[in-house]
Structures are given as C-alpha cells and as structure tokens.
Design a protein around this ligand. Sequence first.
Ligand SMILES: Nc1nc2c(c(=O)[nH]1)N[C@H]1C(S)=C(S)[C@@H](COP(=O)(O)O)O[C@H]1N2
Ligand SMILES: [Mo]
Length: 245
Amino acid sequence: MKRRHFLGTVAATAGGLAGARVMAERFDLLPPDAAGVWGPGHALNYAAHRLLGRDARAREFSREQISAQPFSNDKPPDKKEYQSHLAEDFRNWGLEVTGLVSQPRRYTLSELRGQPAASQITQLQCEEGWSYIAEWTGVPLERILQQVGAAAKAKYVVYYAMDGWWDSVDIDEARHPQTQITHTMNGRALPPGHGGPLRMRVPRQLGYKSVKYITRLVVTDDIRAFGRGRGSASAEAGYAWYNGI
Ligand SMILES: Nc1nc2c(c(=O)[nH]1)N[C@H]1C(S)=C(S)[C@@H](COP(=O)(O)O)O[C@H]1N2
Ligand SMILES: [Mo]
C-alpha cells in the first residue's frame, strides 16, 4: 500500500520532481542532500529505491567472472601517516566505532580479520563508467553494529578514511547483508591501491560509497552535525549522497 501510494502520488504530481521532495519527506525518506538544484531528483531516487527495493541484493557473480586486472582508480595516499602504517604492514591499524552505541570500541585489524568472515563476488562500478568484479571478504557492518550495541534510533553510519574522504549510509544500507567492512580481496589481504587494509564495501551503490582506508565509524541519528550536513564529502563535491545501482 505504502509504495503504491507513493508512486501514485508521484505520477499524479504535475512536475513529479517537485512533488517528490514533499512525498519523500512524508515517508521520512529525505536524503541529506535534498536541498539545492538537484535535491528533488536525489529525493525521488532515494525514496523510490527505499520503497521499492529496501532488501534488494546487488548482483553476485561466479568465480570465473572475477576480473583478471581489477582497476584501481588511484595510488594509495602518500600521506606520511599512511606510509608508516604501510611500512609496518598495518600492524597498528584500527577501526574506532563511536556515537550512538552502548559500547564504543576500537577494533584492531587482527580482531577484524579474526571474526567470522563473509564473502561476495560483486562489481565495483565507478561513476566515471569503468567497473570490475572481485571477491570481497570481511565483516558485515551489521555484525559490528550488533557488537557495539547500536541504538535503535540510529539512522546513519558515517565512515572516515585516512586520506580525508568521508561518507555515510542510512541504517538500511548499514544493516544490509552485503554491506561489509572489507579486509580481503580475491583471497589476499586488501591491497593498498584498493583501500588496504580496510575499506567499506557498499555493493548496492556506485564505487565512491565504497570508501577506502577507513579508520573510524560514527553511528548517529542526526547527519546535519557532520560536515556541511549533506552526508558525505562526495555530496559536498556535487555527487549524489545516495547512488543506488
Ligand atoms: N578513501 C578513498 N576512498 C575511495 C576513493 C578515494 O579516492 N579515497 N575513491 C572512490 C571511488 S570514486 C571509486 S570508483 C572507488 C574505486 O575503488 P578501487 O580503487 O578499488 O578501484 O573507490 C572509492 N573510494
Ligand atoms: Mo569513482
């Protein structure tokens, strides 16, 4: 009923985009970047995906389809801090988890590697058009949220990288079984070029949501408190905060 009502209303609205914002707001599905010129489009896209495909899964591939030469869009950070972690084989890398959680915690990399792992063969698609398929292995973000006791009212998980990138996903994406803290790629430690030692893997959205070199997660119910309130560095640079595939 809810989705039919939503679609019906959007269709019936003259210039559906303007109506989309109003509808998205009514269903509490307004993305952080709903303001501005592209805001109504972002709101329609996000609300439609959430109403129609909240539990949808990203396509999974067979082992034979894994790309022989996965493309890495960048060199690892030349930042001194990252380079010294690299030099010691990331022995002292950690992932801090704070915010709306009952037990804030800092995981060491070896603690994460020691957790029961999940694997998926999915495609990473860059907004620039290229893509590759790889097997990603790591800890489902959902499991981390359980371990730290994320509050029921949590609405977003914000994540930070060592090179200054940061992004966030809503709680549906965070709890989706394919959303993963990845430490292993194609059976080996995640290479530095692909975000080693830890990256967020969000296979239902475009590649820029899969932030590399992550060091910190914050659970929150108020995204306005982060950066300029648009939910991510990418959104502040003009990309959609939500970009479902
Ligand atoms: N920290 C960080 N994460 C990042 C990026 C980055 O520059 N820094 N680039 C993003 C973009 S635009 C894409 S398409 C993917 C690329 O992943 P890859 O290097 O494994 O191909 O990483 C994303 N995560
Ligand atoms: Mo990208």
